[in-house]
Design a protein around this ligand. Structure first.
Ligand code: ZN
Length: 216
């Protein structure tokens, strides 16, 4: 069977309300009516996604399906902790089919007012970006970025960086190059810096392989 379909099925069947899961979201129990509804909506959504995957339809179609089912969750019906659980599960489902649902989910979890404030803040932060270096994750091929906020010709090329892809959580080794005074990571998280004075390229790769192996 298609591995994507297998992953969808695994996600569909997994108990999303185990004690460990609830603890993760600081919940001691979960209202059974709400639980059934979440299970049902997610399960139906997965069914539709499996159909689309089998027909090899476009990403756009999958996004439409995800959106349509997500609309069945009324924000006001859930406590903030319950919302976190719905959010995380739905985000995971969207990631399985490689659809970016972050905006819609953020808007739902933050509420419209906070969401607008958040977006305004992000837009403000973006204004300072002078240049963006784009990388592709070696594992899932999604893009991640180095947003350069300040260039300066006298900054030497001193480090390699190990970052973690936000999409699939795999580690990537990157070489930003010289001349970057300040920057931000986009769609990846910083893990470790390897100074070029201590690590040759080969040593950096060896260290990177170690990180991949042991941090899993
Ligand atoms: Zn990735």
């Amino acid at each position: 069977m298609d591995t994507l379909i297998t992953r969808l099925r695994e996600f569909q069947l997994r108990d999303k309300f185990t004690k460990a899961e609830l603890t993760k979201f600081e919940l001691s129990s979960f209202d059974s009516t709400k639980r059934d509804k979440i299970d049902q909506v997610i399960s139906e959504c997965v069914e539709r996604l499996v159909e689309e995957v089998s027909k090899k339809r476009s990403k756009k179609k999958k996004k439409l399906i995800l959106r349509r089912y997500f609309k069945k969750f009324q924000r006001k019906d859930y406590t903030p902790e319950e919302r976190d659980l719905v959010y995380e599960n739905y985000l995971e489902l969207a990631k399985i089919v490689k659809v970016d649902m972050k905006n819609q989910l953020d808007r739902w979890i933050l509420g419209l007012e906070l969401y607008i404030a958040f977006k305004t803040m992000m837009a403000y932060a973006k204004r300072n970006i002078k240049e963006t270096i784009t990388y592709n994750c070696k594992n899932c091929e999604e893009e991640f970025y180095i947003h350069i906020t300040k260039r300066s010709s006298d900054i030497p090329d001193v480090t390699y960086d190990i970052v973690q892809c936000s999409e699939c959580r795999e580690y990537n080794l990157i070489d930003k190059g010289a001349g970057i005074e300040s920057f931000r990571f986009g769609k990846c998280d910083w893990v470790e810096q390897l100074e070029k004075s201590r690590f040759s390229e080969e040593q950096a790769i060896a260290r990177f392989e170690q990180v991949k192996l042991f941090r899993k």
